[in-house]
Design a binder for this molecule. Structure first.
Ligand code: R5P
Length: 260
């Protein structure tokens, strides 16, 4: 378990840049991920970890690629439904072991119609994953109309940790320090909907300042007009302590290099 955790959170600083490319499991061929292999190829060498489904892992990621994988193992609903919370575990631990993953990820929907099902599902997944030393990442607060304030996120993150999650993924918010303070395992943030690049770097900077251990970011990287520049910039903020302006310079430098 500790070895796998150290593949996700880098030994030098205990921080992580996870590239989330699992969106297709309920969003289908979403913008930037229509051909996942083409999106992933230039970004993977710059990510610490790839968060992906087994279908995309099998079909779009070279098995020889030396990158830790956090495998999404929940699903069962789609964007066609109003309620996205009706998820269950969709991948066996046996298959996760076969795929040699560093961690498994599932969503918990606290406060939703399927709160109990997903919280119990997390607990069951932790039981199975513990047996083979695989950390579980709990994804909180995915939903169309979710109130993402510190009270709600603090509740959801704490419940996930209490159920045994080794890592919790959530959203940044005002008062994020209290979310982190109440969660005894590392917290990483999702990026959410695509923002202007500088705003996404500001979000990253604030999350790290407020106690996050890293990002598990998708759309703000792969939907950028320069995804490689953006992941380099996010890395600079997460791993190198760059300011927002310095991170933005990293992004712009790559974008201008490509344009020449
Ligand atoms: C959502 O359930 C997925 O796990 C995404 O990976 C997650 O939302 C992070 O991606 P983004 O940064 O695009 O929000």
């Amino acid at each position: 378990m500790r070895n796998r955790m150290s593949r996700i959170f880098k030994a030098a600083d205990g921080r992580a840049v996870m590239l989330a490319v699992d969106h297709g499991y309920f969003q289908g061929p979403t913008t930037g991920l229509v051909r996942p292999g083409e999106t992933i190829a230039p970004l993977a060498p710059l990510a610490d970890t790839l968060m992906v489904t087994r279908g995309v892992l099998r079909t779009c990621v070279d098995a020889g690629l030396d990158i830790p994988v956090v495998l999404r193992v929940s699903g069962g609903t789609s964007i066609l439904k109003e309620d996205l919370s009706d998820e269950e575990i969709t991948v066996s631990i046996r298959d996760a072991v076969r795929l040699n993953v560093a961690g498994v990820a599932m969503s918990v929907f606290v406060g939703s119609p399927h709160e109990r099902q997903t919280i119990k599902g997390l607990s069951d997944l932790v039981d199975e994953a513990n047996e083979v030393g695989i950390p579980v990442l709990a994804v909180t607060a995915v939903g169309k109309e979710m109130v993402r304030d510190a009270r709600y996120l603090g509740l959801a993150c704490r419940i996930a940790a209490e159920m045994g999650a080794s890592i919790v993924k959530t959203y940044h918010c005002d008062g994020f320090e209290s979310v982190v303070a109440g969660c005894p395992v590392p917290v990483v943030i999702a990026g959410g909907k695509k923002l202007v690049e500088k705003d996404a770097l500001e979000l990253t900077f604030r999350a790290m300042r407020d106690g996050a251990k890293g990002v598990d970011m998708g759309r703000n990287i792969f939907q950028s007009d320069c995804p490689v520049g953006m992941i380099k910039a996010v890395r600079a903020v997460v791993h190198d302590g760059a300011t927002v302006a310095q991170g933005n310079d990293v992004y712009l430098a790559e974008k201008n290099r490509k344009a020449r």
